[in-house]
Write a protein of this length. Structure first.
Ligand code: GLC
Length: 348
């Protein structure tokens, strides 16, 4: 599948240690007004994952269908996150033009979502030239291209309503030092054409909540935080091919029933993100959480429902990963939802 192998389990451990070490750099973060954070137009959402973030739409089996936004809206969601692997559609030569047809494809999806009243997080996903384990050294060489991608994306979608939000990098697998240097640069590029659009930023280490503390937040009140949650990884990624090197095939059958002990880390992570939001005056969004389809249906529903409720209890909007692929809640071939999972997410 060519998807990068993640070492999330290790990252989680590291984060737990960092969390114990205290709030880190947050005291130095650019201070915003200490009033309640502005609200994002995002409550309950779902990721259109493994579609345009694949190396070619359909390469991982899923393609976008024009009926999706209507189905998603009718199911009770108010937004989608649209991950796009823009890097594979762009030239390697300056000025790194993105193929016009993929921008048209995205524009088409945005229009259908808008017609249904769905907000959209447009996310740059799977920039493999940066993300592979052997690619770390590529960062300086790729930076002009990365910034050029965002110049084109931002200019192309500058006329979209405020309910389209930009997320410059999914799960930045860069050193924190590199990512922190790039943040003001990519934000400046976006701000040239989109002075007030919401921009969502997450930190390194798989974008966990603790990583929010590591970002030197720019003094821009339309920049919000985003984080992902997949703990326990051996439960959420049981059977997931892209985590096979970490042993995922041996995790199949791992249950999750929502005992107090199981719920505690969920609660703590949501509280951590909410505390960061209060401290910095910025809204925060849970951009990804989900369970691979190999887990049993009751456990998937119990975990997803618990995460969604704990997030909501902290005033955090969320976006389930994913809609119709291997973590999905909808089967586009039969037109059926995984009812228990959807009901759990929607609290009904
Ligand atoms: C990240 C990856 C995506 C993966 C998901 C769950 O978003 O980019 O490919 O499916 O996490 O592991």
């Amino acid at each position: 599948m060519g998807r990068r192998v993640r070492l999330r389990a290790l990252a989680c451990l590291l984060c737990a240690c960092l969390a114990m070490a205290g709030p880190g750099l947050s005291g130095r973060a650019a201070g915003l007004a200490a009033s309640a954070p502005q609200r994002l137009p995002l409550s309950r959402g779902v990721n259109l994952g493994s579609i345009l973030d694949a190396p070619g739409e359909g390469a991982w089996g899923e393609s976008f269908q024009d009926g999706f936004p209507r189905i998603i809206k009718a199911a009770g969601f108010d937004h989608v996150r649209l991950p796009v692997c823009f890097s594979i559609y762009a030239s390697d030569e300056p000025p790194y033009p993105i193929a016009p047809w993929i921008l048209e494809r995205v524009e088409h999806i945005l229009a259908l979502c808008r017609a249904e009243g769905l907000a959209v997080i447009l996310d740059l996903h799977n920039y493999e030239e940066l993300m592979g384990e052997s690619a770390q050294g590529n960062a300086p060489a790729q930076k002009p291209r990365y910034l050029a991608l965002w110049k084109q994306i931002a200019e192309r979608f500058a006329g979209q309503p405020d309910t389209v939000l930009f997320e410059p990098m999914n799960e930045p697998a860069l050193s924190a030092e590199t990512w922190n240097q790039w943040i003001p640069e990519v934000l400046a590029v976006i701000r040239q054409s989109n002075p007030t659009r919401w921009v969502l930023l997450g930190g390194c280490a798989w974008e966990n909540a603790q990583a929010l503390e590591e970002i030197p937040w720019p003094a821009d009140e339309r920049v919000a935080g985003t984080f992902h949650f997949y703990q326990p990884f051996s439960f959420t990624h049981q059977g997931a091919e892209h985590a096979a090197e970490e042993g995922s095939l041996g995790w199949v059958g791992t249950p999750w029933s929502g005992t107090d002990g199981e719920q505690q880390p969920v609660r703590e992570e949501m509280e951590r993100a909410a505390a960061w939001s209060r401290r910095t005056g910025r809204p925060v969004h849970l951009g990804e959480f989900g369970v691979y389809q190999a887990a049993d249906a009751a456990s998937r529903a119990a975990w997803a429902g618990s995460v969604a409720r704990q997030a909501e209890a902290q005033g955090i909007g969320w976006s389930y990963w994913d809609f119709c692929a291997s973590f999905g809640l909808y089967d586009e071939k039969t037109g059926a939802f995984e009812t228990a999972l959807l009901d759990a997410l929607m609290d009904r």
